[in-house]
Structures are given as C-alpha cells and as structure tokens.
Design a protein around this ligand. Structure first.
Ligand code: UD1
Ligand code: CA
Length: 466
C-alpha cells in the first residue's frame, strides 16, 4: 500500500440526529457500546488514524454530547435544525477553517467501523484521484438505504429509498453513509444541490451526481462485512453491536495471552488492560479504566470498575471493586466490597463480607471476615479480627483511624474515630476503642465477666412452673 499523509485528512462526524427509535431521554450517540458512547468510537478512530482537524456536528442534546466528550482535540459545529445530512456537513464548513483536500465523513451512530477499512478507503480515493469515494455494502435487504447506481467502474448516483424507482429499489449495493470527499468541491456542490426531493432535505448523497455532472470521478469501495457499517437506530441494534464489539475485545485479549473460560459471558470494556496468563472465569464485568496485571485469577460474579490491580491477584466470586488500587499477591473475597480510595499495598488478604473505603493497607495487613475499614491508614502486618468496625461517621463528618505496624486487633472491635493505634499494640476482643492507644500496649474496654453459679438452672425451673 502506498503512503498517505493522514495528517492532512480532515474528518467530520455527523451526530446531530435525534434517534427517535431509541425512545430515550439520552441523545442516541451517548448510548454506550463496551463502556464507550457510540459517538466516541468514530472520534477515537479518527484520532487513531491521526486525522486533523476532527469536527463533530451536534444538534439534539448538543450540550450533553459536548460535556461527555470534552473539547480536547475536537471542534464542534452546531446544526440547530436537522435539515438533512448534506446540511449537516455544510454546518461543519466554518469549523474546518479552509481545510482542503480529502475530507473523511463518518457517522456518530456507526461504532464498529475499523481503522483498516478507513485506511483502504482513503488509499483508494487517492489512487483513483477521485473527488468522492463512498463506502458501500452488498446486502440481502436493501430497504431503507440509499442505492448505489453504477456506470462502468464508477458511481453515477446514489438514490434514496423514497426517491427510487422499482429498478433502482432492486439494487442490493447500498450506501453505508461513510465517504471521502474533496474539499472545497463538496461544499460548493452542497450549496448548489438544494433540497428538491421526497424528504425535502439537503442530501449529502446528491454530491455524487453533482461530481459526475462536473466530469469528476466518483469511486466506491465495498466493505467486507456489513456489520462494520451498521448504524444504530434502536436498542436491538445497540445490543447486537455490543455483542460484536465484545467478541472483538475478547478475541484480542485471548490473542494477547489472557485465558477466557467462556468468552461469551465476559464483559470487558474498551479501556481495560489485562496482562498475560490471567484467567477470567465466566460471568464477570471489567469496566472503565481498569488495569489488571499478569497471572491473576478473576472468579465468576466479580465486577471491577476503574481499578488498578497488580500481578498474581486473586479476586474471588462475588467481589465488587471500584476506584481501588490492589498491589501484587493480594487475595480478595469472596464477596468483598472495595470502594473508591482503597489502596492495598501488596500481599493483603481481604476476606468475605469485608468492606473498605478510603483505606490504605500496608504490606501483609489483612481483614479476613465481616469487617468495615473506612477512612483509615493502616500499617504493615496488621490483623483485623472478625467483625472489626471503624466508626468513621458521626452523621455529619467523617473521621480518620490510624493504625501502626504489627497491631493485632481481636474480634468484634469498634474504633471510634478519630483515633490512633500505636505500633505493636494489641486490642482485646469486644473492645470499643475511644482513646488513642500507645505502642506495644494492651487496650481492652469490655466489662469484667461475672459468674453466678446455678442461675440458669434456677431460671429454667421457674419457667416450668408457670
Ligand atoms: C443516509 C444516507 C443513505 C445511507 C444511510 C446509511 C443520505 C441522504 N442518505 O440515510 O444513502 O444508505 O444514511 O445509514 O445521507 N444527520 C445529521 N443531521 C441531519 C440529518 C442526519 O447530523 O440533519 C446525521 C444522523 O445523525 C446520522 C447521519 O447523519 O448519523 C445519517 O442520517 P440519517 O437520517 O440516519 O440518514 P438515512 O436516512 O439513514
Ligand atoms: Ca440512519
């Protein structure tokens, strides 16, 4: 393949449509596939190809779309009224600031398009010195799509369903809605075509006939798999696209050395990174910006969101982790809940029904059963007994618990924060700790045990009489 200087390719992404069939308060292009809004897929694709500038045409829910995607590396153009795809591209002209040469046009509701396909499209456009190159697909049921009317090896026109005669309706090659246009030609043509058609819209597709009338070449490239250019119009198509994306993501994970016991039930979002020899059991969700190291085991029913997980970590069934950092060689769960701000330094054990939040554990510290540790700074080799609770909240404010190294906490202990526990100290089981404990001390706050001989037997006798 020849070289194409992709930096000179401007990109316009159309995302102004309402998406009525989604039946949603959310703009269509903000619905997600693999944790990423629909419109972010073509945006990232254009970025990966190095295209610049990238102009997003927004209309319905413009503010929400802009809020979600941000301004970095993107220019926005507002199409206040949706007067058709041709009008949408005209709205982008100003933001393109005179960019000329090839201009890539993508759709905000087509998430499965691959970089290879766009590279080939741009390459063909250049090789054939075309003025327009359109991406097409051969389908069984062309109903609803614009039909590609060929003459010789070029394209004579694209005719929309509403405007097609029976012979044109029988054509099975359809317009995928993705093009390379030459600027500024495309803008001059769009100003001339007007909206004299069945829909009364400015059709982007009329640029093709205009190019041919000016004796310019219009080329077409047939995409191999229709799925790649499938637009999302409703939630059925959204789920189907998500399934395709899931298979792509899971395949690339497996190719990179991750074991998936049952790939069909593993849900890994687009931004997640996983090291080799990690094993993913069925029915797990790995989301957001999560990264997982090598040689980990992630058991069924685990959900991880925005976490940093080290190497050789064992996440046991039913555990939920979000915004946590987990160092190497930790074992979590089953059914543990690691909330945002949890930092496990390494070699930590967090057992069943343990919840942590904004808590930092030094190396080898552990809480094996039925415990809540929140707003805490914990040293190394600390053992929290079953049922330890940091009482961090007085209904208004949160308070900190600080625990030194080598502290042993017996079962059923409450730390009434703010409180500081010195290194090497021992906290007796059943204690409610309200005052700081010095290093190497024993703290015990439970009342002394009483024995009353025969009391229980006497009570039983009395109960029988009644
Ligand atoms: C369009 C094509 C059709 C093609 C089909 C592929 C035209 C005239 N027809 O038809 O040949 O087969 O896509 O899916 O272009 N948009 C705006 N503003 C508007 C109108 C549309 O931003 O005023 C955006 C939509 O959000 C969408 C894209 O343009 O991303 C395509 O618009 P849509 O209304 O879906 O066009 P179709 O009628 O499906
Ligand atoms: Ca459409």
């Amino acid at each position: 393949m020849g070289t194409m200087n992709i930096e000179t390719v401007a990109t316009v992404i159309l995302a102004a449509g309402q998406g009525t069939r989604m039946k949603s308060a959310l703009p269509k292009v903000l619905h997600e596939v693999a944790g990423k809004p629909l419109v972010a897929w073509p945006v990232d694709l254009a970025r990966d190809l190095g295209c610049a500038p990238i102009v997003l045409v927004v209309g319905h829910g413009a503010d929400l779309v802009r809020q979600r995607l941000g301004d970095s590396g993107l220019r926005y153009a507002l199409q206040a009224e949706q007067l058709g795809s041709g009008h949408a591209l005209l709205c982008a002209e100003e933001a393109l600031a005179g960019a000329c040469g090839p201009l890539l046009l993508l759709c905000g509701d087509v998430p499965l398009l691959r970089a290879e396909t766009l590279r080939a499209l741009l390459e063909q456009h250049r090789a054939e010195q075309a003025t327009v190159t359109v991406l097409t697909a051969i389908v069984d049921q062309p109903y609803g799509y614009g039909r590609i009317i060929r003459d010789g090896d070029g394209v004579a026109a694209i005719v929309e369903e509403k405007d097609a005669d029976p012979a044109q309706k029988a054509v099975c090659e359809i317009n995928a809605g993705i093009y390379v246009f030459e600027a500024p030609f495309v803008f001059d043509a769009l100003r001339q075509v007007g909206c004299n058609n069945a829909a009364g819209e400015y059709y982007l597709t009329d640029v093709i006939a205009a190019a041919r009338a000016a004796d310019l070449r219009v080329s077409a490239m047939i995409v191999e798999a229709m799925a790649e250019v499938q637009g999302i119009n409703d939630r059925v198509q959204l789920a189907a696209a998500a399934a395709v994306m899931r298979r792509r993501i899971n395949r690339s994970l497996m190719q990179a050395g991750v074991t998936l016991i049952d790939p069909e039930t593993v849900y890994v979002e687009a931004g997640v990174v996983i090291g080799p020899d990690t094993i993913l059991q069925p029915n797990i969700h790995l989301r957001g910006t999560t990264s997982i190291g090598r040689d980990c085991i992630i058991e069924s029913g685990v959900m991880v969101t925005d976490c940093n997980i080290g190497d050789r970590v064992h996440l046991k069934s039913g555990s939920v982790l979000s915004g946590a950092t987990v160092g190497d060689d930790c074992a979590i769960g089953p059914m543990a809940h690691l909330r945002p701000g949890t930092v496990l330094t390494g070699d930590n054990k967090i057992g069943n029904f343990v919840e942590t939040k904004k808590a930092r554990f030094g190396k080898k510290s552990q809480a094996s059963h039925l415990t809540y540790i929140g707003d805490a700074e914990v040293g190394e080799r600390v053992n929290f007994g079953c049922g330890t609770i940091t009482c961090n909240y007085d209904g208004v404010n949160k308070f900190q618990t600080t625990v030194g190294d080598d502290v042993f906490v017996g079962s059923d202990v409450q730390f009434i924060a703010p409180v500081t526990i010195g290194s090497g100290s021992l906290i007796g089981a059943g204690s409610t700790i309200t005052k700081d404990v010095p290093a190497d001390a024993l703290a015990i706050s439970r009342s002394e045990q009483k024995i009353i001989e025969g009391w229980a037997a006497k009570k039983r006798k009395k109960q029988k009489k009644q």
